[in-house]
Design a binder for this molecule. Structure first.
Ligand SMILES: Cc1ncc(COP(=O)(O)O)c(C=O)c1O
Length: 242
């Protein structure tokens, strides 16, 4: 998000910024955006589906600087934490916001003095997703989580470097010199048709799975390294295939 391109903001505005762009892994300038948005009464929401997990790694924590100023965050646990779908977390700054938005009432729902989870989630009935989340965090610990994040980011850089050396173009953010900042890599294999053919070939081959996307008017392969199980040899085999 470009600060200079922000329109006039007011108290009806919701500014949705990304910690970890879905294509490039890049982080919006949260501190500057909050400094513009919040005095105008605008709400700043962070889509941090995978990117906010960078906070768990001493090497990548600087990327999330300023995001704590936002009014709300959305984080997925089924991405970098690798727990089963559909484990998402909404975090709001001010106590009461979530409850005001989510509270359900009905004659058959008995009020009590206990904290009722259904006042904080969109669902009344749901499975115990929190157990998987707790177990993953408990078994990995901060160091284990940081290891997954740092290994995945290292492999993303390897993909970028090796494919660039092989003559292909890394399309990640131009303002960041097309460098790979997190775990996402965007590659063009020539024209859009060439890239589409490579994506189809990689998916057909099955050594790894990469999807396609559009980035600044061009077709790109989107490499997202986010599995706890991905090892160096998987990266090498995938590079050989592409
Ligand atoms: C940055 C980002 N935001 C949101 C989403 C959507 O998340 P979900 O599939 O959990 O709804 C994704 C999924 O890829 C994502 O990468």
């Amino acid at each position: 998000m470009l600060i200079a391109a922000l329109p006039k903001l007011d108290d009806r505005t919701r500014v949705c910024i990304q910690a970890g762009n879905v294509n490039t892994g890049a982080f919006d300038p949260a501190k500057e955006i909050c400094a513009r948005a919040q005095p105008a009464g605008a709400w700043v929401h962070v889509d941090g589906a995978f990117g906010l997990w960078a906070a768990a790694s001493p090497r990548y924590a600087h990327l999330v600087e300023g995001f704590s100023l936002a009014d709300s965050w959305a984080i997925d646990c089924h991405k970098w934490l690798n727990v089963p779908y559909d484990s998402g977390i909404a975090v709001v700054r001010a106590h009461g916001h979530l409850q005001n938005a989510m509270t359900m009432s009905a004659a058959y729902l008995q009020a009590s003095d206990m904290r009722e989870p259904c006042h904080f989630t969109p669902e009344s009935s749901r499975r115990a997703r929190g157990v998987e989340l707790w177990a993953a965090l408990r078994s990995l610990g901060r160091a284990g989580l940081a290891e997954i994040i740092e290994r995945n980011c290292r492999f993303a850089k390897v993909f970028g470097q090796c494919l660039r050396q092989a003559g292909f173009e890394v399309l990640n953010e131009v303002v960041l010199n097309n460098e790979v900042v997190l775990n996402q890599v965007l590659i063009s294999f020539g024209g859009d048709g060439d890239t589409r053919r490579v994506i189809a070939g990689v998916q057909e081959d099955g050594t790894c799975w990469c999807g396609g996307t559009q980035w600044r008017g061009r077709t790109a392969m989107r490499i997202s390294v986010s599995s706890w199980a991905t090892a160096q040899e998987d990266v090498e085999r995938s590079l050989q295939q592409s």
